[in-house]
Design a protein around this ligand. Structure first.
Ligand SMILES: *[C@@H]1O[C@H](CO)[C@@H](O)[C@H](O)[C@H]1NC(C)=O
Ligand SMILES: *[C@@H]1O[C@H](CO)[C@@H](O)[C@H](O)[C@H]1NC(C)=O
Ligand SMILES: *[C@@H]1O[C@H](CO)[C@@H](O)[C@H](O)[C@H]1NC(C)=O
Ligand SMILES: *[C@@H]1O[C@H](CO)[C@@H](O)[C@H](O)[C@H]1NC(C)=O
Ligand SMILES: *[C@@H]1O[C@H](CO)[C@@H](O)[C@H](O)[C@H]1NC(C)=O
Ligand SMILES: *[C@@H]1O[C@H](CO)[C@@H](O)[C@H](O)[C@H]1NC(C)=O
Ligand SMILES: CC(=O)N[C@H]1CO[C@H](CO)[C@@H](O)[C@@H]1O
Length: 455
């Protein structure tokens, strides 16, 4: 490219940018779009004192400038965001409210208190719709069986009360990228194989319904899938996910999975897995050898039947839940040294024995530490340096010795439970703000808040 041609190119770019701006700011909404929106407003129930967008829709202002409304350069409404607008009652269901919004690409009515069913016009009369978000409402009834919305990319109906089967039209939405149906009352069988035809699928969430999810032996989703959330889906077996090389989030909690956690699971996403929830299953252990992915920051294995060595987590983990298992081993000596950036650690009720390793002191970012209901022995370690600790539960163990005065340094501590151990001596002055329930069941402890005085 010669200097002069690149110069004229920049002029051209500059002009188109400049005039683009002018047309954008000069956009006025078309009369019929304004009439449609005002009719919609008149038929929506909302609390004017809580509304920030709808409340300002009126004749005096130009409708493309109304809160929650975006138009294209021809004055057609393209985006309508009425989330968190204190809407209640049913979604207007007459054709007249929706027909004519033919350029609408994005519609959100999420985080309101809408009731009633999903009006058919939403799925049939908005030919350009790409994103539909009705999450966090109280919508009920069945989801319409079919829909011609060929361009739909993101559908979020989560956190409502929808019932009946997952509608068949979903598997025909060729552009579907994100599907969230979690926390509803959907029922029936879902064959995961049907999702493998969706070439654009990126995130799938069917959790917390009454669904029974199954799949064939050669099942595989497209490799770009990034998030698979199938909690409470009555799954008896692990699907083969070995090919999911982009997976960042996997939730298979509250299913009926058993046996060893296969070691391929740690290789999902090519080592980029960030979130794994396998809690509330019947897993008995981790298949060896295994290497946790370095980037894993949430690992939830609670309420399984894990036995044997306590797995040493990767160093970035900030939420680690091993509670309600059956380890019957002791916490490895250097365990605290890998929890340096961990905020939450629980291994409550997991048949842990031995002493609490001194290295726990190095887990100094912890906000919650729960080692309750185990067979731990020895002293309470020195953890006065955990300046963010809010909750410490060491109850129902066999810990002995006196309560370290250091505990009074924990300025953020709002919940403490040392009850039912073999602790002795005077309760440090700084801890008397906690009730006697935090200390009961230790025969050797004395002084306030306990009634027993020290001699
Ligand atoms: C119309 O809405 C604007 C912005 O919310 C407000 O300032 C104005 O007072 C309203 N006009 C009428 C007639 O309600
Ligand atoms: C799985 O295998 C069956 C037959 O064994 C075949 O009909 C089906 O198309 C396969 N599915 C996929 C996703 O490859
Ligand atoms: C995984 O991907 C490879 C390569 O793309 C393919 O050959 C193989 O059949 C896939 N495995 C499954 C179970 O789909
Ligand atoms: C893991 O799943 C369980 C059950 O579905 C849920 O209660 C828990 O909050 C999840 N854990 C995380 C860290 O999200
Ligand atoms: C805590 O961390 C420090 C600094 O990394 C290290 O020197 C020390 O040995 C650790 N403490 C324990 C008990 O492992
Ligand atoms: C401490 O744990 C014991 C045993 O689980 C329980 O009875 C008690 O209420 C708890 N105390 C507090 C203050 O939470
Ligand atoms: C169903 C319903 O409430 N329809 C009303 C919608 O708003 C228009 C006025 O804009 C009324 O005429 C309808 O009765």
């Amino acid at each position: 490219m010669t200097p002069s041609s690149s110069f004229s190119l920049s002029i051209a770019l500059f002009c188109s940018f400049f005039f683009g701006l002018i047309t954008l700011s000069a956009t006025t909404c078309l009369d019929h779009q304004k009439v449609l929106l005002l009719t919609l407003k008149n038929n929506l129930t909302f609390d004017p004192s809580l509304s920030t967008k709808l409340v300002g829709w009126n004749q005096t202002l130009e409708c493309c400038a109304w809160g929650g409304v975006t138009c294209d350069e021809t004055g057609h409404v393209t985006r309508l965001d009425l989330s968190r607008e204190s809407l209640s009652g049913p979604i207007p269901s007459s054709q007249n409210h929706w027909q004519g919004l033919e350029k609408l690409e994005y519609l959100s009515l999420g985080y309101n208190s809408l009731t009633g069913s999903l009006p058919k016009p939403l799925l049939t009369l908005l030919p350009s719709l790409q994103d539909l978000d009705l999450s966090y409402n109280r919508l009920s009834g069945q989801i319409t069986k079919d829909s011609p919305l060929r361009f739909l990319r993101n559908l979020d109906l989560s956190n409502n009360r929808f019932e009946g089967p997952v509608p068949g039209f979903i598997y025909k939405l060729a552009a579907l990228s994100t599907l969230k149906l979690s926390t509803n009352k959907l029922s029936g069988r879902v064959d995961l194989d049907k999702f493998s035809k969706l070439k654009e699928l990126y995130a799938l969430d069917l959790s917390y319904n009454k669904l029974s999810v199954s799949f064939s032996a050669n099942f595989s989703l497209l490799s770009q899938v990034n998030s698979i959330l199938l909690a409470s889906c009555n799954m008896q077996e692990l699907p083969n996910l070995k090919n999911q090389s982009r997976l960042l989030m996997l939730d298979l909690s509250d299913n009926k999975l058993r046996g060893e956690i296969p070691n391929w699971i740690w290789e999902l996403g090519n080592g980029y897995l960030r979130f794994l929830n396998l809690s509330h299953n019947q897993f008995s252990g981790l298949q060896k050898p295994y290497t946790f992915p370095f980037l894993l920051d949430v690992l939830d294995l609670h309420s399984n039947n894990l036995e044997g060595d306590i797995p040493v987590p990767p160093r970035r983990v900030y939420h680690l839940d091993y509670s309600n298992n059956n380890f019957k081993t002791s916490i490895p000596v250097g365990f605290g040294n890998v929890l340096r950036s961990t905020l939450f650690f629980s291994i409550s009720n997991s048949h842990i024995i031995g002493v609490i390793p001194e290295s726990i002191r190095n887990a100094s970012s912890l906000r919650v530490l729960d080692l309750s209901r185990n067979g731990l022995t020895g002293p309470i370690p020195l953890i006065g340096n955990m300046k963010d600790l809010q909750s410490l539960d060491l109850s129902v163990n066999m810990l002995s010795g006196s309560i370290p005065g250091e505990l009074t340094n924990l300025a953020q501590l709002s919940s403490l439970n040392l009850s039912y151990n073999h602790l002795s001596g005077r309760i440090p002055q700084g801890l008397i703000k906690f009730t006697s329930l935090a200390f009961e069941g230790n025969d050797g402890l004395c002084g306030p808040p306990l009634k027993k005085s020290c001699h």
